[in-house]
Each structure stands twice: as C-alpha cells, then as structure tokens.
Design a protein around this ligand. Structure first.
Ligand SMILES: [Fe+2]
Ligand SMILES: [Fe+2]
Length: 260
C-alpha cells in the first residue's frame, strides 16, 4: 500500500471551511440518492442477486476504471500545473502528492479484474468504453480549457463519493463470495479515500478563500464530471455485464485477444 497524501505537516486539521463545501456536500448527497435508485445499485445490494452476475458486473466496473484512470491522472497533473503561479507551493505539493497516491490505481483495478477471472492481456489491449472515454474527456477538457479550479470540483466528486460507495458495497460483495483477490480496490478506497476526501475539503476551502472567483469553476467542474460519472458509467457497465452476446461485449477490442 502506498503512503497517503494528507495535510501538509503542522496543518493536520483544516483551519477553515469555505461555504462552497456545503454546496458540494449537498450535491454529493443528492447524487447518492439518485445512485441508490438505479437498477445497478438495487441489483448489487440485493441478497437475491446471482453471485455470477455480481462477478460479471464487478469485472465490467473494474474494466471501466482500467480504461479511464491513466488519462484522468495525466489530465489531473496537467491541470495542477496550470494553477496561478502565486498559489502557495505547499498546496501544489499536496495536490501532486495526492495524484502520486492515485498513480497506479488503474493497475489496482486491473488486479481485481484478473482476480475475478478477467484476462490481463485482453484488458490491456482493449479500447476504453465510450463511457470511460467520456470520463477521460471531461478531465482532459478541464485541462484543455485551462480551468484548474474546475479540477477541484471534479476531484471532490471522485474523492467524496468513492469512500461512501465502496463502504456500502464491500460487505455485499463479500457476501457474494468475492475475496481479497478481487476486492483490493474496494477495500483500499473505503478507508484511504476518507483521508483523500478530507484533504480535498481542505484544499478547496483554502483555495476558494484565496481566490473567491474560483467557486464558480469548482461548481462547474463538479457538474461537468457528474454528467458522465458515475451513473452513466455504472449503468453501461451493468448493461454490458448482462449481455450474453460476445461480439457485442468485445466491440471495443483493438487487439487480437478474446474478451474476458
Ligand atoms: Fe484511487
Ligand atoms: Fe483517492
């Protein structure tokens, strides 16, 4: 396990809480409410769900992460590099250290995918799904439009939602027979992303207090990312996991390997 980026030394507790955190919290709670009403969520939380179908769904979910994650990291680091040069270097350091933590989490998802019987070669040679492409696209557009404050809004959604969601599904997945061989990503994020979420709260509060004009960009980044993540992505993963038609399931293939 990698070390986790937390608050800069001597600042273990955020000194400030900017009002935008209320907006972000409310919108995340609203999103969670929408998530729990989705078919994929009801399925994964159901004690009656067929364990094989749960495995198929989680394989597709992990494959999505494998698809978008390398681009998200690259675009995130590019965005961090675009902050105003009068930003305090300790904030930039904390942001980069956090992306350092995230650097190999696509590989973590890939290990879990393989733990569920997926083919590593197939995953590595596959094109990302259109939904993963849209996720990567939002992060690249934030960098392309040179709006680094929007990066913080998208980051809040990622880090704020992941510990809650992984915490809620962990037990359910174990009840379906998934073991640590295929739950590294879920286990890790259910605990480590609590620290990341605290760090992001701190960063946003500090940045929004220093740059009052940043709040609109932070909200915009959250909303743009929310348009593609997580509901459209997980819904598509659920639909693919239920398909029997191999040719449909492999349509993003770019190499010679069979689909997992
Ligand atoms: Fe992560
Ligand atoms: Fe994280």
């Amino acid at each position: 396990m990698s070390e986790t980026a937390t608050f800069p030394e001597s600042e273990k507790v955020p000194r400030i809480r900017h009002g935008i955190i209320d907006w972000l919290e409310q919108n995340t709670a609203q999103l969670l409410q929408e998530i729990v009403e989705q078919d994929f969520w009801k399925f994964i939380m159901s004690p009656d769900a067929d364990p094989k179908a749960v495995v198929a769904l989680m394989r597709q979910v992990y494959l999505e992460i494998v698809g978008y994650q390398p681009d998200v990291i690259e675009a995130a680091i590019a965005s961090i590099a675009q902050f105003p040069r009068n930003m305090k270097p300790r904030l930039v350091k904390a942001m980069l250290a956090h992306q350092g933590d995230e650097f190999d989490h696509g590989e973590m998802a890939l290990r879990d995918f393989v733990g569920l019987g997926g083919s590593e070669a197939a995953a590595r040679s596959k094109r990302m799904s259109p939904e993963a492409f849209a996720v990567a696209g939002v992060w690249w557009m934030i960098a392309r439009r040179r709006d680094p404050f929007a990066y913080l809004g998208a980051l809040y959604l990622f880090e704020g939602l992941t510990p809650t969601v992984t915490g809620l599904v962990k037990e359910k997945l174990m009840a379906k027979g998934l073991t640590e061989k295929s739950l590294e990503y879920v286990e890790f994020h259910s605990t480590e992303d609590v620290k990341h979420a605290n760090l992001v709260n701190y960063l946003i509060s500090e940045v929004a207090s220093t740059y009052p004009q940043a709040t609109e960009s932070i909200k915009y980044g959250f909303e743009c990312f929310r348009a593609v993540y997580p509901i459209p992505l997980w819904r598509a993963a659920f639909e693919r996991s239920q398909r029997k038609d191999e040719t449909v399931a492999t349509r993003f293939r770019k190499g010679e390997h069979d689909d997992a």
